[in-house]
Design a protein around this ligand. Structure first.
Ligand code: ATP
Length: 315
């Protein structure tokens, strides 16, 4: 006899939990920022790239919504309704018409306000974890729609890989290049930089230039990605926010110089900074550059990472 109610065999069912999700940080291989528009936004043209620096979110069944954490930013990051994890859980529950009940725990490695989209990564992980815990069975595209309302980088962190982002960065299309692993060194700074403050500084710096800076496209970078040569990729990396981040945090010039002296192919500020990333030729070269950056004492920590990585995934 077939049951007339409840999910059928193929339909998703609530999960007993725990559901553990791993999510990568992002860097921008190209970040083109258009002029400030009258609506206060900047149009972006970016190439996102997910790297092997991960946060982990675990969701368990509960009879309220709670959040705890350990790792980077503990004691500093608010765990209340302002946290993107709580906001993502509530937005998903509203969309799925279920109560937002879960006990969520974050293990954080992505530095706060580092230009690596850690908050968006956590929101993406929450969407994947709670979708499974609550048995909603939503597609990644549907989850991306919920995520885009909360932050422009969230759709990318659901998909991962290397992808083109347009609009405010929320319209994502994957870049199909032959599989290549790129080796990076991530120089983590002491303290963060506020993304809105970096955009304001960019506008201030650009106020003096006429005609307004055009929105640069990623054509050169797209061609470089196809060539699979780190030297070629290195020459095509670019970030329009870098002058603004350097203006607000002049010490970053020392970090970039130290990476150059350590033999990195190239280095740039990640997104709005203050994290700097350096491209290396291979895994051994990345280790050498990381060791030299650590010895130069120009950053809080220098770690190696590989990209591209898949987006938020249950592990
Ligand atoms: P982006 O590159 O997307 O602008 P970022 O990497 O510079 O971001 P995030 O760590 O993503 O910075 O977060 C910026 C701010 O968002 C934090 O300072 C914090 O106030 C807020 N925030 C809310 N929830 C989170 C979260 N789960 N993790 C990190 N930050 C969060």
């Amino acid at each position: 006899m077939t049951e007339a109610w409840g999910p059928g065999d193929d339909e998703p069912r609530p999960h007993r939990g725990p559901v553990k999700v791993r999510v990568p940080a992002k860097i921008n291989l190209h970040l083109g920022v258009g002029p400030l528009r009258p609506d206060g936004f900047h149009e972006l043209n970016t190439v996102y790239h997910a790297i092997s620096l991960f946060d982990e979110l675990t969701a368990r069944r509960g009879d309220t919504l709670t959040l705890t954490m350990e790792g980077e930013g503990t004691g500093e990051l608010e765990l209340d309704e302002s946290n993107l994890i709580i906001r993502a859980a509530r937005a998903l529950a509203a969309r799925g018409r279920v109560p937002a009940y879960a006990r969520l725990h974050l293990r954080k490695s992505i530095p706060l306000a580092g230009g690596l989209a850690g908050g968006s990564a956590d929101a993406a992980a929450t969407l994947i974890a709670c979708d499974m815990l609550w048995g909603l069975g939503m597609s990644r595209d549907d989850l991306a729609e919920v995520g885009a309302e909360l932050g422009s980088d969230i759709p990318f962190l659901l998909h991962g890989g290397t992808a083109l982002g347009t609009g405010h960065g929320e319209a994502v299309s994957p870049i199909l290049a032959r599989p290549t692993t790129w080796h990076w060194v991530v120089a983590i700074a002491d303290g963060g930089l506020s993304t809105p403050a970096v955009y304001r500084e960019l506008d201030r710096l650009r106020d003096d230039s006429w005609p307004p800076a055009p929105l640069g496209g990623p054509d050169r970078l797209m061609t470089a990605l196809r060539q699979r040569d780190p030297e070629v990729l290195g020459a095509a990396l670019g970030n329009d926010l870098q002058p603004a981040a350097l203006s607000l945090r002049p010490q970053l010039a020392e970090v970039l110089k130290a990476g150059h002296e350590a033999g990195a192919i190239t280095g740039l500020v990640s997104g709005s900074g203050p994290t700097c990333v350096f491209l290396a030729a291979d895994a051994a070269h990345a280790q050498e550059v990381a060791a030299a950056l650590t010895a130069a004492k120009v950053c809080r920590a220098a770690v190696t990472a590989r990209g591209p990585q898949p987006g938020a995934r249950v592990i």
